[in-house]
Design a protein around this ligand. Structure first.
Ligand code: NAP
Ligand code: ZN
Length: 353
């Protein structure tokens, strides 16, 4: 039997139960494992979808959290890339098959055997992975990322591990850059990173929000133009005006309203993962100008490192609101109302209290 260490965590025992303090166990690091003392963990809308069982297949107890940053506190005998004291991150992936076509390409996010940081199958107790709302985690070194930002910015780096890579990867894949007009739909945790990253890549950025009160804030994040999408007059001014749209909205909505804003051969990539389907598209929205709808899921480990290095070089971090662990249930309610600027991050030191 693998030795284990007890760790304080915050999680839920059922989909309709609030998150509460709990004790979990972590395995003793194996030869290729890195043990991390977690300092901060970002709060992703996926955490809420999963822990409230809005998505099928939630395993309980559920400890969410896949925007993890902290310091290495132990390494296995064969670990070569990390040493005790290093500043590191862990995102949405803690294991994969390591030998399929996707893993060989560094696209572990598309491996059939990918194991999520929470709710994934594992040999460790209790049989499924438990995430970053906890004091410590043990992860194979392949899935550990190096953080090159200064330590003062560590809390604001945490959201890069999911919100950052989930927006960076499609922006790179569809070649956001100078001369390209990019729309970012939804100015939440993912969307605000999408705006910052598209701007840092040199694109002309148009942010679309349902919230009138985010108009100025979205510009401050780096958007060149801001559209309140509930206002049909404002939307009409952008018809066939965009090359690419990154849609981050967490709820079902009318996709046709945004498809109409794409030029010929334009692509709208969905990264939002609502619990129920969108009511559209109307096929003629796609036929009319050879438009396409695509999807994208987080990013592979090499690209996540590339994103972290890009952000360190370009001084990009998330805009965050730091919370205590016992504020997590209120934070979820506020996230549902769009009342967060723009990512909650849990201070893991407050778990010890
Ligand atoms: P979030 O912080 O809650 O942001 C979502 C934003 O969508 C809101 O702030 C809001 O922005 C907009 N929105 C408009 N109408 C909405 C509605 N009826 N309900 C909720 N939001 C609405 O969430 P997030 O953490 O950015 O995550 C967004 C989605 O991406 C979630 O579904 C999450 O599960 C998914 N996700 C996917 C991946 C992936 O790999 N593809 C990775 C991480 C997360 P405005 O106020 O500006 O309108
Ligand atoms: Zn996430």
């Amino acid at each position: 039997m693998t030795e284990t260490a007890e760790t304080k965590a915050y999680g839920a025992y059922a989909g309709n139960a609030p998150l509460t303090p709990m004790r979990i166990t972590r395995r003793t690091p194996g030869a290729e494992d890195v043990q991390i003392d977690i300092a901060y963990c970002g709060v992703c809308h996926s955490d809420l979808h999963q822990v409230r069982a809005e998505w099928a297949g939630t395993l309980f107890p559920c400890v969410p959290g896949h925007e993890i940053v902290g310091r290495v506190s132990a390494v296995g005998a064969r670990v070569t890339g990390f040493k005790i004291g290093d500043l590191v991150g862990v995102g949405c992936i803690v294991d994969s098959c390591k030998h399929c076509e996707e893993c060989d390409a560094g696209l572990e996010n598309y491996c059939d055997g990918m194991v999520g940081t929470y709710n994934g199958r594992t040999a460790d107790a209790p049989g499924h992975t438990l995430g970053g709302y906890s004091q410590r985690i043990v992860v194979h070194e392949r899935y550990v990322l190096r953080v090159r930002h200064s330590e003062e910015r560590l809390a604001a780096v945490a959201p890069l591990l999911c919100a950052g890579i989930t927006t960076y990867s499609p922006l790179r894949h569809w070649k956001a850059g100078p001369g390209m007009k990019v729309g970012v739909v939804g100015v939440g945790g993912l969307g605000h990173m999408g705006v910052k990253l598209a701007r840092a890549m040199g694109a002309q950025v148009v942010a679309f929000t349902t919230s009138e009160n985010k108009r100025d804030a979205a510009r401050a994040l780096g958007a060149h133009e801001v559209v309140v999408s509930r206002n049909s007059g404002e939307m009409a001014a952008y018809r066939q005006g965009l090359d690419f749209i990154l849609n981050t909205v967490a709820a079902p909505h009318d996709l046709d309203a945004f498809l109409a804003l794409l030029r010929r051969d334009g692509v709208m990539t969905l990264v939002g993962a609502p619990a129920s389907p969108h009511p559209s598209p109307e096929v003629f929205s796609l036929l009319a100008r050879r438009r396409a709808i695509a999807g994208s899921m987080i990013g592979g480990i090499p690209e996540t490192q590339e994103m972290l290095d890009f952000c360190a070089k370009n001084d990009v971090v998330a805009d965050i609101e730091l919370i205590r662990a016992d504020e997590i249930n209120t934070a979820y309610e506020r996230m549902l109302k769009g009342d967060v600027r723009y990512r909650f991050v849990m201070d893991i030191a407050t778990l010890a209290a």
